[in-house]
Design a protein around this ligand. Structure first.
Ligand code: FPP
Ligand code: MG
Ligand code: MG
Length: 330
């Protein structure tokens, strides 16, 4: 149940998210081009948690949250997120997303890539009126997003420490956008530099915890979570943290896993099931779960610099929820 202090926040957030939804629809309407409008709204129409806009809106509560710039910031980060999913599903050859056919599955790779570019362009248009500092932060975040994705694609070289490499990849491909959501929301609301810094640090740590949680659930979670099949990372040959940890050591399990994963992507269903079974009882999985909790704790700690408020309490609750989800209790 919500306390009196929290009820107005929940109501405000619901209202603000509805406004963001309207702005998204209005932004993506391509006049005279119903096909582009359909393709561009495909994943947004299919659902999604609107987690990044929600973070932008909560961050805006540390300034004047009713400024007209705030929904623009929140809508922009969702557009960038969806754009990255359009491109990601091309790269990962994913057939489904959010319980519907991916854009690439439905209209092909060329349309999916261009529609993703269109979403990025629209996001830039939303951010431009927020000023040059916001536009620069957005551009820098995009650089990290693309860099992280490229590093994941080429993989760690022989000289790199695989776990350090992996942590850098997820900071860039996932956490950078969470940090932008928090910073842009605060900036759009005219929050002071201290709040912006604290919220940026929160977003960065929360984003790392979020991606690690996603990686844990890809192994330990139910099939069909978020409308996509489990085991996707193994099938793509992406060695996530639970896998890297499980491969460490000299026991029988690491050796058998090494045998199963040696040839890169695990496409054979029997091998995938065997690898998943081994991973589920490996200490690597428990260690990865502990890492989710650790990074969620860092995110929580970053909020210490902010004044107490219902918005801060909500962000703290999100950290706790993430750790619980990874541990299988949330
Ligand atoms: C999902 O990861 C993908 C990302 C977090 C980032 C993808 C980034 C790009 C494709 C860079 C280019 C982006 C733009 C906007 C130009 P995942 O595949 O691990 O997660 P999933 O299980 O949700 O597919
Ligand atoms: Mg993917
Ligand atoms: Mg991917």
């Amino acid at each position: 149940a919500l306390s009196d202090g929290e009820r107005p926040l929940a109501e405000w957030t619901r209202h603000a998210l509805a406004e963001v939804e309207e702005l998204l629809a209005a932004t993506l309407r391509a006049p005279g081009d119903p096909f582009l409008t359909t393709v561009a709204t495909h994943l947004l129409a299919a659902g999604g948690k609107r987690l990044r806009p929600r973070i932008a809106l909560l961050a805006a509560r540390f300034g004047d949250p009713d400024r007209p710039e705030v929904p623009r910031a929140a809508a922009a980060v969702e557009l960038i997120h969806v754009a990255s999913l359009y491109h990601d599903d091309v790269m990962d050859e994913a057939a489904t997303r959010r319980g519907v056919p991916s854009v690439n599955a439905r209209w092909g790779n060329r349309v999916a890539i261009l529609a993703g570019d269109y979403l990025v362009a629209r996001a830039a248009e939303l951010v431009a009126p927020l000023g040059p500092a916001a536009a620069q932060e957005q551009a820098r975040m995009m650089t990290r997003l693309v860099t992280g994705q490229l590093r994941e694609t080429v993989g760690a070289g022989r000289d790199a420490d695989p776990e350090r490499y992996y942590m850098r990849v997820i900071a860039d491909k996932t956490a950078a956008l969470f940090a932008l959501a928090a910073r842009l929301g605060a900036q759009a609301a005219g929050a002071g530099p201290e709040a912006r810094e604290a919220l940026g640090a929160f977003g960065e740590a929360y984003g790392v915890a979020y991606q690690l949680c996603d990686d844990v659930l890809d192994i330990a979670g139910p099939d069909g979570r978020a409308g996509k099949p489990a085991g996707a990372d193994l099938r793509q040959g992406v060695a996530t943290l639970p896998v890297l940890r499980a491969l460490r050591g000299r026991g029988r399990t690491p050796a058998r896993l090494r045998g199963l994963l040696a040839r890169g992507p695990v496409t054979d269903p029997g091998r995938l099931a065997a690898a998943t079974r081994l991973l589920r009882r490996s200490p690597g999985l428990a260690e990865a779960r502990a890492e989710v909790a650790r990074h969620a704790g860092r995110a929580r700690h970053a909020l210490d610099a902010l004044p107490g408020s219902p918005a801060r309490a909500e962000l703290i609750a999100m950290c706790a929820h993430l750790a619980a989800r990874a541990s299988g209790t949330g």
